[in-house]
Design a protein around this ligand. Sequence first.
Ligand code: ADP
Ligand code: MG
Length: 705
Amino acid sequence: MPLSLDDDIQFLKHVGPARARDFGKLGIKTVRGLMFSFPRDMSDRSSIFTIADAPEDRPISLLVTPLGVEEKVVRRRGQWRGRSGSRLTITTFEMTDDSGGILEAVWFNQPWLKERLQGMRLALHGKAVRDGKRLCMEHPQYELVPGDAPLESLSFGRIVPIYPMTGSLNQAAWRRAMAFALDSRLELLEDPLPAGLVAEKRFPDLRAAVRAMHFPDDARQWHDARRRLVWEESLYLQLALLAARAHMKNDLPGRAFRLGPELDNRIRRLFPFKFTSAQDKAVREISRDMASPLPMCRLLQGDVGSGKTAVALYASLAAVTNRAQVCLMAPTGLLARQHYDTFSRYLETSPNARVRLGLLVGGMPKAERQFTLDRLKNGTIDILAATHAVISDGVEFHDLGMVVIDEQHKFGVAQRSLLVRKGVRPDLLIMTATPIPRSLALSVYGDLDLSTIDRMPPGRKPVKTLLYCGRDAGKGWSLTRDELKRGRQAFVVCPLVEENAELDLRAAGEAHRDLGAGELNGFRLGLLHGRMKRAEQQRILDEFRVGKLDAIVGTIVVEVGVDIPNCTVMAVLSAERFGLAQLHQLRGRVGRGAEQGYFLMFSDFRKGESGGRLNALLSTASGFEIAEADLRLRGPGDMVGDRQHGLPPLKLVDLVRDVELIADARESARYMLSDDPELAGREHIPVRRELVRLYGKQWDRLGMG
Ligand code: ADP
Ligand code: MG
């Protein structure tokens, strides 16, 4: 039988059944699987030192011969008494090398080394420590160096791979199996990337890259290998995402809206301000998509208050002018209502606009709901602000041409497509105020194009962010009282106890009571939490809005996007229990009017991991920087929720470091698909085969497998 990369590793030299089982536990079953199991770390042992000039206190490699050996057996007392392992054998070798220096190498409980190492030449790796006059190395890793042969080792005199150890798999076993697999089978590995592309990108070919990931000649070679493999991994992901999106769009064209300078002027006149350059850029990108017959799929991201809603209104009006209906879907009734109000306010100033707004939320009186549904169906509503209530079966549009979704991360992809299907290939614009780093956006939202509003409208005062730990808390409350006395308002947020509604209720209730009796005594406090009926929540918020309450104490139900300009203080209790992005969101709730806003974090942790996290909020106001810090600290899992579902885990890509490679791979993927949408061309067939291998079912589902 010819050798194959798909061979079971059990039959590979240096492996055998026991090690094959241990490899299996790591998910490694075939020779290919082994080759693509890259080291978790590399250790640079390429310089070999001499004993005379060995640096101390860091791992080094030496080439030595033993001069003499001494063995000591000590009895251990105490907890070890009576146990069979109560004797400790200490084997101490005196080593020397060409420099004439002396080193003591010490091993514990390996008495057989006494015979084994005598008279041999040895490579040692470990930390040398000076103990009085002697230079000493405890438990070095060693390797026998036969005769005077030049050092040709897998573990010394080179950059050495470090693999995850388990069971019988120590580093030596890994390295031997890997070296053998590479030497005997690497030539079976075909490079799926077109040779022209590899040359253009100045990548090593796949065989060279795989070898260099394990046994590089130097750091540069390893670095180039990693670059190529990260790029390649990103390419497959981007191809899958872009193909999924092409599939979603299908071959039917959507609608090409007619836009132009005249319409542009007319819409801009509705706004009492000039768009920022960041808004202008987003408007240009959106207009281009709208004018194209391909349906728009665009993610608009920007911090709270950066002006996304204004941009969304611009797009909506452009669609309405083209006689299409627009649906703006928000995650809660409160937010849907708020969008409705905001849009009404903008449109009030221009009675000529004659844009008809509608609202559809849960819990509406039956007759009102039916009236809205009728108008929606016969086309007498132009823009509908709604919750996911709009997804239900009974809701029909006359001609839904654009879907705007606020706060995408609250909706699943499935909900999104249900709404989209109520129109004929409508344009889709998704707004999110939880900015995510570009690398993550490209990887996870890769089926969407990205517009970013990365600066605030002029004249906004940055919110003052303050952290109060332990006994400092008093200062924070005194600041809060000062604001309330000046007629401003405050939100006080306690962490949500998600897993336990009773506890949650109690925590919010206690904070409300304690503050009312203590720090905020004499002020009118409202209580708001998730267990309340919606109508009750609404009533409390309305009272707050009209100034009947000075402060609201509650769990995190104070929603993203709730806009109360007179509220200048956002105080967060036990701030360390919130995610950075969440805290940043809360910070965005205040300072929306002309007054200075304050964001107060109360925490008992100034130091340690939690404290360090909170400091990120003190040092930057940019949601993007915070998202990056969050990504570094917590990884991508929390940020993307169910979006990651169905995507294979990325093995090599580092979302923090590799953003440029990901972006570059996306461009290539786009180019490849525009050239050859089915990847059926001869030079793309290996790429497609790789995609089927990686994405199997999903790729098949796209009808491209
Ligand atoms: P987002 O939806 O990103 O939270 P909004 O569109 O609601 O932001 O804008 C936040 C506030 O800033 C609103 O009061 C809005 O009227 C105002 N605003 C938006 N764009 C501008 C601008 N270009 N210049 C001045 N104010 C603006
Ligand atoms: Mg908004």
